[in-house]
Design a binder for this molecule. Structure first.
Ligand SMILES: *Cc1c(COP(=O)(O)O)cnc(C)c1O
Length: 223
């Protein structure tokens, strides 16, 4: 299906309270412009320099999200304009984002990435580790970041029951943290679901899906 039709189809299929983030990593600016012209406004990238390069040539109405592993020395490329960083997986990264946000006189919204998959290769906080961090209250020192919610990536498997189990566990954990540590009006975003599993994610309570190849076609190299 052409990009513009796919965007329109997804917008019509997603429940109203679920936000579509189009994952444009590796795709050229022309493909993003096509999605933009079909009404899509939120795009996500996984490499800071690529994100910045696209930001510079594409319409300023685009709201850019960062979804990939972020090294502290690369935050500076995106700190002036990024809307939401989904992939915050350590206390050190929170501190470094806060510092770059302060330099830019901004408050940057972030999601904490939680490890939910069965495979060892995926990144993110272990649940106990994150609870211990929030209990310590250390995050309250940082005034230039806002923790808006959680992000998770399910196992890459055909086993739907396994995926459902992981997404449900993340949704339960999200509700628990929201109740114990945050104001629900601020901690309101649960980012889960990609091309292969977004429908299951939505059934399990996701309110932001990150969809790439379904919109833009298969990527031909290793992400
Ligand atoms: C690449 C990527 C996606 C999108 O993957 P598709 O399968 O192309 O939809 C979503 N989330 C993250 C974190 C990614 O790196």
């Amino acid at each position: 299906m052409p990009i513009d039709e796919q965007i329109k189809t997804l917008h019509s299929r997603l429940p109203k309270d679920v936000t579509l983030m189009a994952v444009s990593k590796t795709y050229p600016a022309e493909a993003i412009a096509e999605a933009f012209n079909a009404g899509q406004r939120i795009f996500g990238e996984s490499r800071p320099q690529e994100l910045k390069a696209k930001y510079e040539v594409l319409p300023k109405e685009i709201r850019w999200h960062m979804i990939g592993h972020l090294q502290t020395n690369k935050i500076k490329y995106i700190a002036p304009f990024v809307e939401l960083i989904h992939s915050v997986d350590s206390a050190r990264l929170i501190e470094a984002i806060d510092k770059e946000a302060r330099k830019n006189d901004r408050v940057i919204d972030i999601l904490l990435e939680v490890f939910i998959a069965a495979e060892e290769t995926k990144t993110g906080w272990e649940r106990q580790e994150l609870v211990a961090y929030l209990q310590s209250g250390e995050h309250l020192k940082f005034h230039n970041i806002r923790i808006r919610g959680l992000m998770g990536i399910a196992s890459l498997t055909d086993d739907e029951a396994q995926i459902r189990k992981e997404f449900t566990a993340l949704h339960d954990f999200f509700s628990h943290l929201q109740k114990e540590y945050f104001a629900p009006s601020v901690f309101d975003t649960l980012s889960m679901g990609m091309t292969s599993d977004w429908e299951i994610a939505v059934e399990c309570g996701s309110n932001m899906v990150r969809i790439g190849s379904l919109i833009f076609g298969a990527r031909d190299y290793g992400f």
